[in-house]
Design a protein around this ligand. Structure first.
Ligand code: SF4
Length: 865
């Protein structure tokens, strides 16, 4: 049996086909018919089948960490929320939702908060991802619309990627671009990014500009376009051109610290290209002037006429699977549902539609403001749905303190191991991907179905159900009386067309009368879907008219501002944060998949060789990064891909995967004044080598609480350790308490300890002053079967015994290690294709091909030397 559904990770929104075998297991393939991916999947999508187990799932409602019935959990939550609202008003409660929710879930949450509780305090983790892009679109077009689609990227003459490492963050879309460029080599690709990333491998031009200077670069381009732009084509035209006037080619190049010839190549290429698409994402959005940067990009597309037609457009990529769905339902605190705002007309319209007199009258608190208000005690109850703010929000230690102080924290989660869950008074077990039904919208406005293909475990429930049942307990029985998600979707679709004569871009009223069966069979479709466009709408702005009252599009004057944090003597480096190829968000799902942990299992800090030399940092050594907010640990990666003065650290690690790997502990809660999006890309930091003399590994049958003196990182098989001393008192105490027998080997430079309960290995610890080669697969085997043979026990004590460690995995799809790849290169496989033929690497999702090229280049360089 096959089920067609959608990948739950990034905003590309790939279609997935699930097949169930007679044995009841599931296989995952890309959906060849889905227009987002045409059968492709990246390594994360391909590994979805490995995330379906129940390990680490939250399976029952809990109050104060004790299992309770749904009735108890919902009654208690409703009573406590009602009491807080009664005493302190609706502004004292808040929801913090997620781009991982389905549209139906999101709609229900938004309706409850803004329509019935009467506050607009519902915001979402999408605030961290694309809220600046929303502001950019609304200011320019009068509506939050991505005008183009993925085909436009393939049909363009020039694709500009700004602040986007699409090769890792939007891999399937990047592979579509790679394939299009291979077919039409004349297509130019320009990457604008301070770092040289995997995305640069297909770039004709990489502009490694000074961080945060993007607006100057695009203002310079607008200035070049000014002469050919007919007078008064756009609203705000003269002001925008005036603001850009000072940005000559020389000024822009100097300000961005770029070579003038390279900038001229970019400008000339863009101006002369008939069709151009600019893809932008977190590198632009996550800035204290992110909205302005978005408009600087949109300005050049409008001024050059590269919008509203094939192969053209400013195109913001959403990070999350349903960030766009959240925008549609009004999941951001500064919007009402279905692209309505807080005008008196919209408020009364919504009141009429929902039959409520309690519609929120003013915008609510945006993510960072919201957690500040919780910290200060102004918001006294928060319901967090499907997201992990204790890891993902800036200044995350302060966010943790806010949650600790909050009188009522409710968390809806699928994972029992989310950092945020630790602060929850009430826990609702939600259904996971594969178990729930609904819709999501990807970066190109394409609505797709997520379909359940397995039964829901334990007491888990869909999010819309949890919200609706709680709303009914608050007294809103009729308004939340849905029995099926298709009913929620229909209501959402009806609202989108309600009193909408084209003033609101989001209109899916053409889907408002779908039966349950038709909704279930819904094929991917791009909104608007209306009576006049029943098959959806591939492209917007084709007539040149937007949604401002004047009907005209707007150029926005952009003043160039740098990041608020600038390096100084105390914090001399600028920290950039971002994603890695095989992990998703805070690792609560992908971190459980062994093969996804093989590529990069340790948090790392990328640093330029000059900075490393000055600071005395060796490659792969442990370093401590600190800022005015907090600190984190990582392993140094010294590379000229990084600009001098800048460092980069990935954002995924949480407290379940590292003792101190949360990079957001360092990031200041500075936000864009228009969008409220945090400046996660630029924080002033200090980097110091951390000389932990002892290092090693720990393998354990059960989860342990380790002493604070140990620094640890969870890897596929066990924990990697670092420590200043080799004190193992904690382990000896643990063994005594559990009646384990210890077997040990000690020397001046090492200590190895095994803890046995009879023939069962409970724990294996290896600490040394030097790097020890451990045979991990053999150690793992020691935990799977009783071991009585003294020789085998001795082998385990020595570090496993036998096999040569295979090195880290580069190709996660085919499980090919760096060791095997380097060996094949020395034997003459000097192209990715040759490696693919010999080892299979790079032949599936293709995400590792840039890395294969890098290994070939460095191996050939070594040989030449
Ligand atoms: Fe999933 Fe994104 Fe990968 Fe597609 S590109 S398979 S949506 S993670």
């Amino acid at each position: 049996m096959k089920t067609h559904t959608t990948c739950p990770y990034c905003g590309v929104g790939c279609g997935v086909v699930i097949s169930q075998t007679p044995q009841g297991t599931f296989s995952v393939e890309g959906d060849p018919a889905h227009p987002a991916n045409f059968g492709r999947l990246c390594v994360k999508g391909a590994a979805l089948g490995e995330t379906l187990g129940l390990e680490g799932r939250l399976l029952e409602p809990q109050i104060n960490a004790q299992p309770v019935s749904w009735d108890d959990a919902l009654d208690t939550a409703a009573q406590r929320l009602a009491a807080i609202i009664e005493e302190h008003g609706p502004g004292a409660v808040a929801f913090y939702a997620s781009g991982q929710l389905l549209t139906e879930d999101y709609y229900a949450a938004n309706k409850l908060m803004k329509g019935f509780i009467g506050s607009a305090n519902i915001d979402t983790n999408s605030r961290l991802c694309m809220s600046s892009a929303v502001v950019g679109y609304k200011r320019a077009f009068g509506a939050d619309v991505v005008p183009g689609n993925y085909e436009d990227i393939e049909r363009s003459d020039m694709v500009v990627l700004v602040g986007s490492n699409a090769a890792w963050a939007h891999p399937v879309l990047y592979q579509r671009l790679v394939a299009a460029k291979a077919q039409r080599p004349g297509m130019k690709v320009v990457v604008i990014d301070p770092r040289a990333t995997a995305t640069c491998h297909i770039a004709d031009l990489h502009l490694a500009l000074k961080p945060g200077t993007d607006a100057a670069l695009f203002n310079g381009l607008l200035n070049q376009l000014a002469a050919c732009l007919p007078h008064d084509t756009f609203d705000g035209q003269q002001q925008a051109l005036d603001a850009a006037k000072a940005w000559t080619l020389e000024e822009s190049a100097a300000f961005c610290e770029l070579n003038k010839e390279d900038v001229a190549r970019f400008y000339d290429g863009f101006i002369s290209a008939d069709r151009a698409v600019t893809l932008y994402t977190m590198g632009i959005n996550q800035s204290s002037s992110g909205s302005d940067k978005c408009n600087a990009i949109i300005n050049v597309h409008l001024a050059s006429g590269k919008y509203g037609r094939e192969g053209c457009g400013p195109f913001s990529l959403t990070g999350q699977p349903n960030a766009m769905g959240g925008r549609e339902v009004g999941g951001l605190a500064n919007q009402l549902a279905c692209h309505m705002g807080f005008t008196p007309e919209d408020i009364t319209r919504l009141g009429r539609f929902w039959g409520s007199e309690r519609i929120a009258q003013t915008p609510g608190l945006m993510a960072v403001e919201l957690f500040d208000a919780i910290y200060r005690g102004e918001v006294k109850a928060v319901w967090i749905m499907g997201t992990n703010p204790a890891v993902s929000l800036p200044d995350s230690d302060r966010v943790r303190e806010a949650l600790r102080r909050c009188p009522l924290v409710i968390v809806s989660e699928i994972s029992a191991n989310s950092d945020t869950l630790e602060f929850a008074h009430i826990r609702f077990p939600a259904q996971a991907w594969g178990e729930k039904n609904g819709t999501v919208t990807n970066s190109e406005r394409r609505i797709s179905r997520q379909r359940a293909f397995m039964s829901a475990p334990g007491e888990t429930r869909p999010d819309w159900w949890i919200i609706a049942r709680l709303a009914q307990r608050l007294g809103y029985v009729q308004a939340f009386n849905w029995q099926h998600p298709s009913e929620v979707f229909r209501e959402h679709a009806r609202l989108s067309g309600f009193e909408n004569e084209g003033e609101r871009a989001f209109d899916i009223s053409g889907l408002a009368s779908l039966t349950r069966e038709q909704w279930d069979a819904l094929q991917p479709v791009q909104w608007p879907v209306t009576k006049n466009a029943p098959q959806g709408t591939a492209r917007l702005l084709e007539t040149g008219r937007g949604w401002h009252p004047s009907g005209r599009l707007k150029l926005i004057p952009v003043t160039v501002n740098l990041a608020q944090a600038q390096p100084d003597a105390r914090y001399p480096l600028l920290l950039n944060t971002g994603r890695i190829r095989d992990q998703w968000h805070t690792m609560t799902r992908t971190g459980l998949v062994s093969r996804l942990m093989q590529h990069q299992s340790l948090p790392w800090v990328q640093i330029h060789p000059d900075d490393a030399a000055q600071l005395g940092v060796r490659d792969a050594s442990l370093v401590r990064l600190s800022s005015a907010q907090g600190w984190a640990l990582g392993y140094a990666r010294i590379t000229a891909d990084q600009r001098p003065g800048d460092v980069f650290m990935p954002m995924h690690w949480n407290n379940h995967f590292a003792s101190q790997g949360r990079v957001n502990a360092l990031v200041a809660s500075v936000v864009d004044p228009h969008s409220g999006q945090p400046e996660s890309k630029q924080t002033a930091v200090r980097l110091q080598p951390l000389h932990a003399r002892w290092r090693g590994a720990l393998y354990s049958r059960s989860t342990l609480t380790l002493p604070a003196s140990l620094m640890w990182w969870r890897q596929a098989a066990g924990l990697r350790l670092a420590a200043h001393t080799r004190d193992v008192t904690w382990l000896e105490t643990l063994a005594r308490q559990n009646h384990w027998q210890l077997q040990e080997a000690r020397g001046e430079t090492f200590i190895h300890l095994l803890a046995w309960q009879g023939a069962q290995l409970q724990l294996a610890l290896y600490l040394s002053l030097y790097d020890t080669e451990l045979d991990e697969p053999r150690i793992r085997e020691g935990f799977t079967e009783p071991v009585s043979d003294p020789a085998r026990r001795h082998q385990l004590l020595a570090g496993g015994g036998g096999q040569t460690p295979r090195g880290r995995t580069v190709c996660s799809c085919m499980g090919v290690s760096e060791t095997a790849i380097c060996e094949a290169i020395t034997q003459g496989c000097d192209t990715p294709a040759a490696l693919g033929k010999r080892l299979g690497c790079g032949t599936q999702c293709g995400s590792c091909v840039p890395e294969l090229r890098g290994l070939i280049a460095s191996s050939l360089a070594k040989t030449a030397n």
